[in-house]
Design a protein around this ligand. Structure first.
Ligand code: UTP
Length: 297
């Protein structure tokens, strides 16, 4: 029986220290990029990929995310009374995006631990994981490309395999990422057979320039792996250690998506994403472009 990707997990319980002081009392995932919070970009991408159930892993001080995706009766009543139909539709559309459930990570014990918190809600099926601070600007949404690759690999192999979103990074930048030791598929160079993962390698030791980005499709066996690996530095359970363990049992692929990723969890990346996405915004873009051109740099 072929398995479909119906559920998407969003780890969102981290502390967002790179974005202090903005994230002292506000979740990083709720930082507004142009006109919507970071996490909404990811949720829209998952929905565009066919996911119907969204699971957000939250923690202390993150409740604004729940309010954001909930209906807002007072706001809606006020907009309706003023006949602001377009704004009313906009407000309503956010709460209708998908079925969203929440689970808590009591302490930020690492990305692997956050994913493990979703075990009961995911159950025994393959699922997507999207890190909300990786914003991928792509004609075909990144997760949709990955779901297609997952389906094709499943049809070809007769079994499901995990797929790790990947991009090629320049030179020494690989030392900031998880790196794939991999070989490209002869028929599809975007699909990579993964032999091993190396966390933040020194450039001279990097087995490739293929970095792992914040998009994953994982088989449910990952939960078993995460339950049995030993925590690394700071008591954190690393997702990459779980995936390394998974490699002992089943095939894992990398997938080089088409598009451009912004690390919006970092101040510099966030600023660049703001300018690029603002320029592309259908309502705001033209006037913003004119203003930017006249800006005395
Ligand atoms: P990051 O490392 O980018 O987030 O994790 P962080 O830890 O919040 O950020 P910094 O490094 O301190 O600035 C990627 C995603 O994983 C979540 C984060 O919320 C973020 O969306 N995460 C991370 C968890 O849910 N739990 C954790 O224990 C760690």
């Amino acid at each position: 029986m072929t398995q479909k990707i119906r559920k998407a997990v969003f780890p969102a319980a981290g502390m967002g220290t790179r974005f202090l002081p903005a994230t002292k009392a506000m979740p990083k995932e709720m930082l507004c990029l142009v006109d919507k919070p970071l996490i909404q970009y990811g949720v829209e991408e998952a929905v565009a990929a066919g996911c119907t159930e969204i699971i957000i892993v939250t923690g202390r001080g993150k409740s604004t995310m729940e309010d954001h995706f909930d209906s807002s009766p007072e706001l809606e009543a006020s907009l309706a009374a003023k006949h602001k139909t377009a704004l009313l539709e906009l407000a309503r559309s956010v709460s209708k995006l998908a079925k969203i459930t929440y689970t808590r990570q009591p302490h930020p014990l690492g990305l692997g631990h956050a994913v493990l918190m979703a075990k009961e809600l995911v159950g025994n099926e393959p699922f997507a994981v999207l890190l909300p601070d990786d914003i991928v600007d792509a004609t075909i949404p990144c997760m949709k490309q990955m779901v297609e690759a997952f389906n094709e690999a499943q049809a070809a192999n007769g079994e499901m395999s995990s797929i790790l979103g990947s991009e090629i990074v320049e030179g020494a930048a690989i030392q900031n990422y998880g790196c794939l030791d991999c070989t490209p598929d002869p028929k599809n160079p975007r699909l990579l057979t993964v032999k091993d993962l190396v966390e933040k390698p020194k450039p001279k030791d990097a087995p490739s320039q293929n970095a792992i980005i914040g998009r994953y499709i994982l088989t449910p066996r990952i939960f078993d792996m995460l339950e049995h690996i030993t925590p690394g530095a700071g008591g954190e359970l690393q997702l990459t250690d779980g995936i390394k363990a998974l490699l002992q049992h089943e095939k894992v692929y990398g997938f080089v998506y088409e598009g451009k990723r912004h690390d919006a969890g970092d101040k510099q990346g966030f600023l660049r994403a703001t300018v690029e996405l603002a320029l592309k915004h259908k309502d705001l873009g033209p006037a913003f472009r004119t203003w930017l051109k006249s800006y005395p740099l």
